[in-house]
Design a protein around this ligand. Structure first.
Ligand SMILES: Cc1ncc(COP(=O)(O)O)c(C=O)c1O
Length: 394
């Protein structure tokens, strides 16, 4: 039998500490490894497989589109991208769409859009204020926007035009705003940075400040969007509307796609100013349309609210039982569990041994972000495994 993990060591750039499991198949909220072992997947491709693995509507849309038209240049009209754009716009507060291939690429495009807005309306303002502890992607520009030293230091000097300020601190944004500021860019809830929820009025205060100063508010909903927080988009829970929003992860239920959405007034690109060879290709768009339509038609976001509360309630129960759990936080199906010591890797391994995949968010915290289609039964199963894993550690 081929030793796949040995092949990785030999041929693959070592950019990630992999978990020693080779996954070969997935269905719903479950995956199987090359030894036939089954796992309940509470990682979901890092909050990507919104409808679970290989959902029927996604697989059928892909198969049908693969037989029909996979890729053309964006100089031609293609129907799947226009149907997707219409569905997106009809279900959010934004007016125009640009389609990309990933989250980082969508965010890069959003920053380019904000700089063009600055040139058109703000006397050449180009700086973007983003938050410490944020995560906006791995391109050089997005590393500069990402307010985490560990992502920035290996690549200095970073592109100019990004200011990182404290999250959940409106005064920090006010103090950093100058004539050069074209936009404030934030995750409504910081995902990779720790599942950090802001105070309820923070985003409203940022929105008011941007309005007062005539600056754009870009919301990076790459992790929080497409139902994960229990509403189709997280901004709905904070009573605000962004000028620009980016999406990726859950949009294609596993098929790579990213999107920039903007209000008409902010959609200032003219032909030739932005583009992509693969962005918006019919194959990815067919998968994203099928995903989004299923999520909307079946009120998956509403179900996420309920099952998310059930999950958080169960985790709170474990917190009562194990003193070393210091906090359970999150909303919908984006949840973190924090410990009083750096034990996340051991808990992850103990879960893995018992057939549950979880994500190590930080040395002292785990993140749970299962497919949005799970039910209370799967939550009970995960809680049972977590309980056994936690009791095996102490
Ligand atoms: C909020 C947020 N923005 C951007 C990204 C980058 O997306 P991608 O990995 O698709 O480039 C991520 C990925 O984790 C993310 O969570």
């Amino acid at each position: 039998m081929t030793n796949w993990q040995e092949l990785e060591r030999k041929y693959f750039m070592h950019t990630v500490e992999r978990i020693p499991v080779t996954l070969v198949r997935g269905e719903g909220a479950r995956v199987w490894d090359d030894n036939g072992r089954e796992y309940l997947d509470f990682v979901a491709g890092w909050a990507v497989n919104s409808l679970g693995h290989c959902h029927r509507v996604v697989a059928e849309a892909l198969a049908e589109q693969a037989r029909t038209l996979i890729q053309t240049s964006n100089q031609y009209y293609t129907i799947p991208q226009l149907r997707l754009a219409e569905l997106l716009v009809n279900n959010c507060c934004l007016d125009k769409v640009f389609l990309a291939n990933s989250g980082a690429e969508a965010n890069e495009g959003a920053v380019k859009l904000a700089r063009r807005y600055g040139q058109c309306h703000l006397d050449g303002a180009y700086e973007v204020i983003s938050a410490l502890g944020s995560f906006h992607g791995r391109t050089l520009g997005m590393v500069a926007a990402t307010g985490q030293a560990k992502h920035q230091q290996p690549y200095s000097p970073l592109p100019a035009g990004f200011i990182n300020v404290a999250y959940n601190d409106i005064e920090a944004i006010k103090a950093a705003t100058t004539d050069k500021t074209c936009a404030v860019m934030l995750e409504p809830v910081q995902g990779e940075g720790g599942v950090n929820l802001p105070d309820d009025n923070y985003l409203k205060m940022v929105r008011d400040w941007c309005d007062q100063k005539g600056r754009l508010l870009i919301l990076d909903e790459i992790q929080t969007g497409i139902g994960r927080m229990g509403t189709l988009f997280a901004y709905e829970q904070y009573g605000i509307e962004p000028d620009v929003m980016t999406l990726a992860k859950g949009l294609g239920s596993g098929v790579p796609i990213g999107a920039i959405l903007a209000k008409d007034g902010a959609a200032v690109f003219v032909p030739g100013e932005h583009g992509s060879t693969f962005g918006g290709n019919p194959l990815a768009c067919a998968a994203a349309y099928a995903t989004l339509k299923f999520i909307i038609d079946n009120d998956i976001a509403g179900k996420v609210r309920e099952v998310g509360q059930y999950l958080i309630g169960g985790l709170e129960g474990l917190k009562q039982k194990y003193q070393f759990i210091t906090e359970v936080r999150g909303r919908g199906l984006l949840v973190a569990m924090e410990f009083n010591s750096e034990m996340a890797a051991s808990v992850l391994t103990a879960c893995l041994d018992r057939g549950l995949l979880v994500n190590r968010l930080k040395p002292n915290a785990l993140r749970l972000m299962p497919p949005l289609i799970i039910g209370n039964g799967e939550v009970d199963e995960a809680l049972g495994i977590l309980d056994k894993a936690l009791s095996s550690i102490v």
